[in-house]
Design a protein around this ligand. Sequence first.
Ligand code: CO
Ligand code: ZN
Length: 334
Amino acid sequence: MMSKKSYELLKRLTEADAPSGREGAAAEIVRAEAERLGYEVTSDALGSVIAHKPGSGAKLMFDAHLDEIGVIASYADDNGFIRFGAVGGLNTSELPKKRVRFLNGVTGVIGSEEESFKDKPKLSKLYIDIGAKDKADAADKVKTGDMAVFDGPFDSDGCRVVSKALDDRAGCFILLCAMERIKSSENDLWFVFSAQEEVGLRGAKTAAFSIMPDYAVAVDVTDTGDTPGCPPMAVKLGDGAAIKIMDRSVVCDTEVIERLIGTAEKNGIKYQREIMADGGTDTGAIALTGAGVKAGAVSLPVRYVHSPSELASVVDIEACAELIAAVCAEKWDR
Ligand code: CO
Ligand code: ZN
């Protein structure tokens, strides 16, 4: 079970509307929390928030991305419907009839020109209905370049959580929980809340370049293989922190994998091994920074990723936070 205070923070984090490149609302919450916990906090040009706890030992970087997927208005058509592009990896066949909310507060429903599609619909066949009278009315309410996110309220029964942005506000939450638990550490600790992951692992790359850590661990969501008819996969909801071995962006560093597994076993933290067949993570971008960084990842199992109703287990969130706090407390060699 989550404490009331943690529950409120996770709720606030996920309710922030912050698509890629427009992370301000989420960044503000994270910055305030990190400062409250006594970390040195800075931001970089891309909008990543970087929290530092100095230490004389190895430089460890932890990363979770601030941004969520969204849509961006291209133009209002002659009938007042907003045509749009994708901000991050949208599955177009799941979009029709979903609600979205622009950052200026205007809400809309995604419609499609066809009743049903044999293949994935092209984005050009979809539109956002904001209830505008005509083109001028629509253009008045939503401008070219305005971004919107899914409207997916936070819901929790104390055991599982559902929200539009567990990817990756849950990761940000996990880092903040770990940051609160770290009493002392010889390591030089850097916590990066990175911008623009969903559009190409961008913020983590520039942040890693400025830090140049000895080791890095990204915290992001992963799919699960435990729902009826889903593609088979080893990860199960409720089976604990998923320690990444590989995804499309990275083959994780052996030393980091062994460290994560060893720490989990030593501390009795529930964990599972993860290979994600689809999609990449900041881990890949960090690993390829400078002359290369030894990088791994801790993943939170999430069902229905990139939808308004991403679903995770509180047990897993707790395990991830415990694991990150535990690896921070251990002495890493430079
Ligand atoms: Co994502
Ligand atoms: Zn993510």
